[in-house]
Design a protein around this ligand. Structure first.
Ligand code: GLA
Length: 401
């Protein structure tokens, strides 16, 4: 099911919210949108400069933007029913994890990163999305990419997709303060319909692998959200850094990221690592291998093999990396016991959020019934289950005014 925001309605809201009789408008309306994502295999490998296999999905964040002559951004979020306004000459963080910090961060990075003889111009924006927030589906990156593309277009800045990815990631790392890797922004920019991206997070090269055959991508949102995601995420990053330092010392070649470590290296040096770090490293090393194997299997249409690798990936994230939770494990277990399912795993940072499954089309309805009923029986929580199409990355169009 593709869930779309009605762009015409968004444009109407933009006019209603911001037409104040003064005619400071300076250009046409732009509508930009960017997708959320699932990741088939490759959990917590991106910031270790490893490999991932994400798919952009047909749930998107959409932004309508209109330039004006004041050097200010005014933005209305339809999802939050709130408005924010800031001066482009002095962009500061709002306290707490306010949604507007994403807009502010992207505006700030865009203003400094783009080489132009003009500065970023003011604009009015309306934002709405169909990517569930906090569900591990890359909603922040989709938000950043859509806002970045819209603001750039409103200022007539020619920003290529790689630059946009860099700007949005910097906004999240340096302004919002979340130390994420490159995966979500990258796939929100470069995703393709009916395909997965096999991405090397070190040099940012990628291959597009068509998703062919008898399959649907099904997301099960556990509707569990844990506050500890950000702190646990940063803790995992520090553990990986400790692993890099110890292995660099132990091995007779330079190690700058866990991407450089092989299974043989780990065997040789495991005594130099404490137990927690050893398990984290083991996850990353084996997960990178699984991504390569899954990409090859997807390429030859061997969905059963992709499914097995998803299953192994989940077990490794649960047992070695320690980022799953009972609800995610239960959904994976229930899904695995259901006929017609190739495989399932948690997707995103973990500690709640969603499970992605590859399911035969004929059994999707039954899958939804079985998973929701059994999950509710175990946890008393209603899960949201839906099919997604692999969709294209960021896109923009001029609305005309
Ligand atoms: C979050 C981050 C990504 C990635 C995943 C885990 O989604 O934003 O960069 O690290 O977690 O694979």
């Amino acid at each position: 099911m593709t869930v779309v925001v009605d762009s015409g309605e968004l444009v109407t809201v933009l006019r209603d919210r911001f037409d104040d009789g003064t005619d400071s408008r300076t250009g046409p309306i732009t509508v930009a949108s960017a997708p959320g994502r699932v990741n088939l295999v490759g959990g917590h490998t991106d910031y270790n400069e490893g490999f991932v296999l994400p798919v952009a999905v047909g749930r998107r964040v959409t932004v309508a933007a209109r330039p004006h002559s004041d050097p200010r951004v005014r933005v209305h979020s339809r999802d939050f029913g709130e408005r924010d306004e800031f001066d482009l000459g002095r962009i500061e963080r709002r306290d707490g994890s306010h949604w507007s910090n994403y807009v502010r961060g992207v505006a700030r990075e865009l203003g400094t990163a783009v080489e132009s003889d003009r500065s970023l111009g003011g604009a009015d924006l309306v934002v709405e999305g169909t990517v569930p927030m906090g569900a591990g589906l890359g909603s922040s990156a989709a938000f950043e990419l859509a806002v970045g593309a819209a603001l750039a277009a409103a200022s007539d800045f020619d920003v290529d997709r790689r630059t946009l990815v860099r700007i949005c990631r910097a906004a999240e790392n340096d302004f919002v303060g979340v130390d994420c890797g490159i995966m979500d922004q990258f796939v929100a920019a470069f995703g393709e319909a009916d395909a997965a991206l096999f991405l090397d997070c070190r040099d940012e090269t990628f291959e597009t692998i068509p998703i062919a055959g008898d399959v649907r991508i099904v997301v099960t949102d556990t509707n569990v959200r844990h506050d500890l995601v950000d702190s646990a995420y940063n803790e995992r990053r520090r553990e990986c850094e400790r692993g890099v330092a110890a292995l660099d010392e132990c091995l007779d070649r330079k190690i700058t990221a866990l991407r450089d470590v092989t299974a043989e290296d780990l065997d040789r040096c495991e005594d130099t690592l404490d137990e927690t770090v050893r398990r984290r490293v083991e996850h990353v090393v084996t997960e990178n291998e699984r991504v390569g194997a899954a990409a090859a299997a997807l390429e030859r249409g061997d969905l059963a093999r992709v499914g097995d690798l998803m299953h192994e990936s989940h077990a490794s994230l649960r047992d070695r990396y320690g980022v799953s939770c009972d609800e995610l494990d239960a959904v994976v277990e229930i899904a695995d016991e259901t006929d017609g399912v190739y495989g399932s795993r948690m997707t995103g940072a973990g500690f709640g959020g969603s499970v992605v499954s590859l399911v035969k089309p004929a059994v999707v309805d039954r899958f939804e019934r079985v998973v929701t009923a059994e999950y509710e029986k175990r946890f008393g929580i209603e899960a949201d289950v839906y099919s997604c199409e692999a969709d294209e990355g960021v896109r923009i169009r001029q609305w005309g005014d």
